[in-house]
Design a protein around this ligand. Structure first.
Ligand code: HMG
Ligand code: MG
Length: 306
């Protein structure tokens, strides 16, 4: 079996991890956490979401967080890190630009029902919005990453035809996105399914432009990552602590914990540049702030070693 030498990790904890938290995490704490994550060797952090505050109240301080990470307690933004944020539409982009974001993450679902529940539009109407947002973001010198959710299953429609995934992926790449993150929104994927989906997509798009975004709802995230690695994928999303879930995907839980991915890759001799020794205290810190047990395995090992 052959494996890549290096893997790129996209940390989505401050966004995907926090968006569904019923506990309000103070703006200053969000900023402190992002600053901690910035010291771990991560080169990409999705810090917040410029969506409607009524839809995602936990991130209603998006602009303050985005502006705050460059100022808090004299720590400046770390060079070489891409600070990204979720952007659903033109208004989100304007706010993201005001916040000094480096990359806009646009998003839509591969299934019609989840798309409507999540962003209140059909997929056809969403494509029109995302085309314009991508154009405008690029004119403002931002790179644009896109998420396609429910690729491996929809909480409402269950099976999602691969043809639908391919059609939407083609449109998003035509708009000029630099990377497409394939979302297992409800954490239902299994390694055989990952192989089937990737086989179809890799005939059309380069592995270097695809990322995988696995939620660990049913404990299959690392197995799915392993399969994707074997198929040449080198970019994965993770959430420190395993924090998270989508409020419009009932029962979904957090992404694969970033530290669990780092541990596995370290042991396999695959470089991520992320220092586990720095990431683990950041996972412990957010667990204490949120005040509930987080699912990360390596966090439990770390705590029991203290
Ligand atoms: P809408 O109600 O259809 O928006 O919401 P609208 O365009 O009709 O406007 C209605 C009002 O919202 C107007 O205000 C707008 O100004 C305002 P009013 O005139 O009534 O006072 N508005 C906004 N305000 C702030 N920021 C904005 C914005 N846009 C309009 N950007 C909208 C459409 C997309 C805004 C809404 O549905 C929304 O915010 N949805 C967000 C849902 C979300 O964040 N879901 C979770 C993230 S996706 C996910 O977790 C999956 C992922 O992790 C991958 C995976 O796991 O698969 C990415
Ligand atoms: Mg997600």
């Amino acid at each position: 079996m052959s494996y890549p030498k290096k893997v790129m990790l996209r940390e989505v904890g401050p966004r995907d991890g926090l968006q569904n938290e019923p506990v309000w995490l103070a703006t200053e704490d969000k900023i402190t956490w992002i600053n901690q994550l910035s010291q771990t060797g991560l080169s990409y952090i999705e810090i917040t979401s410029f969506v409607h505050p009524k839809w995602i109240p936990a991130l209603r301080d998006a602009l303050d967080v985005a502006k705050g990470i460059s100022r808090v307690k004299g720590i400046s933004r770390v060079k070489g890190i891409t600070y990204a944020a979720l952007v659903p539409n033109q208004m989100g982009l304007e706010n993201a630009l005001e916040g000094g974001i480096d990359e806009a993450s646009v998003f839509m679902s591969a299934s019609e029902t989840h798309n409507v529940k999540n962003i209140n539009k059909s997929t056809a109407d969403t494509l029109q919005v995302l085309k314009q947002v991508t154009d405008d973001a690029k004119k403002a010198n931002l790179t644009v990453r896109a998420y396609l959710s429910t690729v491996f299953g929809c909480p409402y429609e269950k099976h999602v035809p691969i043809e639908q995934v391919i059609r939407l992926a083609e449109s998003l790449f035509e708009f000029g996105i630099s990377e497409l993150s394939l979302g297992d929104t409800i954490g239902a994927a299994n390694p055989v399914q990952v192989e089937i989906v990737l086989e179809a997509l890799l005939k059309r798009f380069p592995a270097s432009q695809l990322a995988l975004h696995f939620h660990d709802t049913r404990g299959t995230a690392l197995a799915n990552i392993l399969t994707a690695l074997q198929m040449g994928i080198t970019t994965f999303d993770g959430s420190t602590g395993g924090l998270g879930g989508c409020p419009y995907a009932p029962g979904s839980s957090g992404n694969a914990a970033t530290e669990d991915i780092v541990y596995m890759l370290d042991q396999m001799g695959i470089e991520t540049n992320v220092k586990l020794a720095k990431l683990l205290p950041a996972a412990k810190w957010i667990e204490e702030k949120i005040g509930k047990h987080l699912p990360s395995r390596n966090l439990q090992v770390y705590k029991s070693s203290l």
